[in-house]
Design a binder for this molecule. Structure first.
Ligand SMILES: Cc1ncc(COP(=O)(O)O)c(C=O)c1O
Length: 336
């Protein structure tokens, strides 16, 4: 994992998945470091697992008399973060900014390097890499953020395993929320104290999910043997192929993302609705032909479920023939 992220093992811990990792960022760092009046910036259109842990921390802190603010920023109609609202949200009280690397519903890569130029050095940055880790290179050194979270099962591994990466300055400021066997205690102060020089000492306790971790190893070897750039190019080509075909579907209305922006690179995700049709009905029709798409709750942090979008998500195991078949069945569903 350390080599895969271009980092060192001291900064990595195994978790039960991205949701677990993102909750750890909020509780292990947030509860420990946020003070009255501090601000957390996030986008409510990001995944619920990236957003809700901060509302929970806000609630937990308020019960102790510490009131933090959550400052939301928006997604632009093209599918990347709206720079204007991002800039407007930053202020002297901002302590952490939470970002997605590739958006789970709009499928756009956020320009982390450019966003980081707007964020002052002392402000922490948490990155949800769940959708990017098997699509583009996730290089902890180059990204230069403070936290990176992802799940093994979104990169061909098993369910129930994930990774949290933290920068050295973040590790030094985190406090465990779970302890037990394997927790490394540090002596000296006469009080309960944990060693804070390795992330795994703070996060991992009890028996780890070894089969899941071994599946992650195999998944990394699989990605490295294919080459992430090659995978990325293949998925991009297939996304654009799908997009061009979708454009001719009667009544299609694209959600933010590659369907509405003039981008030349795709990341496998296209979301849309078909005017006059319930997405769940179209989903059920596709399902009956063994074509699996996501409809209904799209796991937005805002909890918004009324958008009625159909989300397609492609990986390297999908082919142009499958895209053709999908279009055939989609047109059948619409005309039946
Ligand atoms: C962007 C993003 N973040 C977080 C998660 C949560 O991942 P998990 O359910 O593996 O914890 C997902 C899952 O769909 C996701 O797409």
């Amino acid at each position: 994992v350390a080599n895969f992220l271009n980092s060192s093992s001291e900064l990595i811990a195994f978790t039960s998945g991205a949701t677990d990792s993102l909750n750890m960022v909020a509780t292990m760092w947030g509860l420990e470091n946020l003070a009255d009046g501090d601000e957390v910036m996030l986008c409510n259109e990001d995944h619920a697992s990236s957003v809700l842990p901060w509302y929970n921390v806000q609630e937990l802190l308020s019960r102790r008399g510490v009131n933090i603010k959550i400052i939301p920023f928006a997604v632009h109609s093209t599918g990347t973060y709206d720079r204007k609202s991002f800039r407007a949200g930053l202020g002297p009280k901002t302590r952490i900014v939470c970002l997605s690397h590739i958006h789970h519903l709009y499928g756009m890569e956020m320009d982390i390097a450019e966003l980081k130029t707007l964020v002052p050095e002392q402000v922490f940055v948490s990155l949800d890499a769940s959708q990017s880790v098997s699509h583009i290179k996730v290089d902890a050194e180059a990204l230069a953020v403070d936290f990176i979270s992802f799940s093994a099962h979104k990169m061909f591994g098993c369910n129930g395993t994930g990774v949290l990466w933290s920068s050295p300055r973040a590790v030094a400021q985190m406090w465990p929320t779970r302890v037990g066997a394997k927790t490394t205690l540090s002596s000296g102060s006469g009080r309960f104290n944990v060693a804070r020089d390795k992330l795994s000492q703070l996060v991992e306790c009890g028996t780890l999910n070894l089969p899941g971790i071994l599946s992650l190893k195999a998944a990394i070897e699989f990605i490295e043997s294919n080459g992430i750039e090659r995978m990325s190019d293949y998925i991009s080509g297939l996304t654009i192929y799908l997009l061009e075909k979708l454009k001719s579907v009667e009544g299609i209305e694209f959600a933010p993302g590659i369907g509405v922006c003039d981008c030349t690179k795709g990341f496998g995700i296209i979301s849309f609705r078909i005017n006059g049709f319930d997405s769940a009905d179209i989903g059920a029709y596709l399902d009956s032909e063994e074509i699996f798409v996501k409809t209904g709750d799209q796991c937005l942090g805002s909890g918004k479920t009324d958008d009625d979008l159909i989300r397609i998500s492609l990986q390297i195991y999908n082919t142009a023939q499958e895209v053709d078949r999908f279009l055939e069945v989609l047109n059948e569903a619409i005309s039946s």
